[in-house]
Write a protein that binds this ligand. Structure first.
Ligand code: SF4
Length: 374
């Protein structure tokens, strides 16, 4: 008789945490919390048939196991097959033909960046996404002039953070978006209300937030809304730092840094070419710090979809300390009350839809039985 075993789709990857696991659907950009017992079934016991699993875990677990598979099939995360050998796993290596993939340029009250020169250098480095963060009010025409450098550039995406101005309304900002073809989103900080407006007939969104972002210190918030479940983000996070790898920043004073919130500068963009700063060996010092190395994160089921932060950590000076602005405890699978105050740390990437679906987890004792089964 043919043996039928369950396989997750190649783009659906289970990640084990201390208290629970996730299945990350990298095609639909979604993730589902699941009990660790299900992770065990999908990994250690992936070659057992349903009947063999029932026997493995005992009579009392039959209903739970069937519920697990109903959940997985219901969410189209996998299927039963008699030919598992025909479905090889996904290649999880991460490579991009670029020295820099994303950049941040901060603009303060006295910034005088040469935007055409900065954007041209970023293009040469292969940069694909730029986040422009304007901290203090500037006439919109000035921001237009800054962003104009991207309009016909090789950059593929731009994101702008703007301080609220009473003259802003949807019509004005929609017109602003229409003038800049690389623009994917505009975050208006310090706005009177929180809301999101979609530019008609475009993929661009204008996000209004009441929090004020007036310096680089606002970065580093960790929140499910910022999780990014894509193949690129997931595989990069396994091999490199999910925030700092291939990132370059020009702070509001022109100082070139890996991240604007990190202390070390590698020269000023006014007289230092970006590629020269990048060649400094210490510039890439934190690129290889993965979530698998970071304290607490290494036990977290979100570690490959979560954006790291090395600038704001629980123990300053400890390069493997947990991000200070994370309110998640993977040992209890609970979030402390915390309100995110910043826009996503990654530039120009769509906000991930957060799955409201939670697998009806078995009681703690049941889960312990499943995980501890021989
Ligand atoms: S514990 Fe680490 S990986 Fe988990 S959500 Fe917090 S920062 Fe992200």
């Amino acid at each position: 008789m043919e043996r039928k075993v369950f396989r997750l789709h190649a783009h659906c990857l289970p990640v084990r945490g201390a208290r629970r696991s996730t299945v990350c659907d990298l095609q639909r950009r979604d993730w589902y919390p699941v009990p660790n017992g299900l992770h065990e079934i999908l990994t250690r016991h992936r070659d057992l048939t349903r009947e063999e699993l029932h026997a493995e875990y005992g009579e009392g677990s039959v209903g739970v196991i069937d519920e697990y598979f109903a959940f997985l099939e219901g969410h189209e995360l996998g299927w039963w097959t008699t030919e598992p050998e025909r479905f090889p796993p996904l290649d999880l290596s991460w490579e991009v033909p670029a020295r820099i993939t994303n950049a941040i340029v901060d603009v303060g009250a006295h910034s005088a960046h040469d935007f055409p020169a900065i954007v041209a250098q970023l293009e040469e480095l292969g940069c694909r996404a730029l986040q422009l963060r304007v901290f203090e009010p500037r006439p919109l025409a000035e921001v237009d002039a800054m962003l104009a450098a991207t309009d016909r550039s090789g950059l593929r995406a731009a994101e702008v953070l703007l301080p609220w101005d009473p003259s802003f309304d949807d019509e004005t900002l929609f017109a602003f978006c229409g003038r800049h073809p690389r623009l994917l989103s505009v975050f208006v900080h310090g706005a009177p209300e929180r809301r999101v407006a979609s530019v008609p007939y475009q993929v661009v969104t204008v996000v209004y937030r009441t929090e004020r972002i007036d310096s680089a210190s606002h970065c580093g918030e960790v929140h499910p809304a910022y999780f990014l479940a894509t193949l690129s983000a997931f595989t990069e996070a396994q091999a490199y730092n999910s925030c700092l790898n291939r990132k370059l920043s020009v702070d509001e004073h022109g100082e070139i840094r890996n991240c604007p919130a990190l202390p070390k500068s590698y020269g000023n963009a006014a007289d230092t070419p970006l590629h020269a700063a990048l060649e400094h060996p210490e510039f890439r010092d934190l690129w290889a710090v993965t979530k698998d190395q970071v304290e607490t994160c290494r036990d977290c089921e979100f570690r490959y979809v979560c954006t790291d932060c090395r600038a704001h950590v629980e123990r300053p000076g400890d390069r493997l300390s947990k991000p200070a602005k994370c309110a998640y405890d993977p040992y209890t699978a609970t979030w402390r009350e915390a309100a995110p105050t910043a826009a996503p740390a990654r530039p120009a990437l769509p906000v991930v839809r957060v799955s409201p679906v939670t697998l009806p987890a078995p009681a703690l004792e049941e889960e312990a039985v499943l995980v501890g089964a021989p």
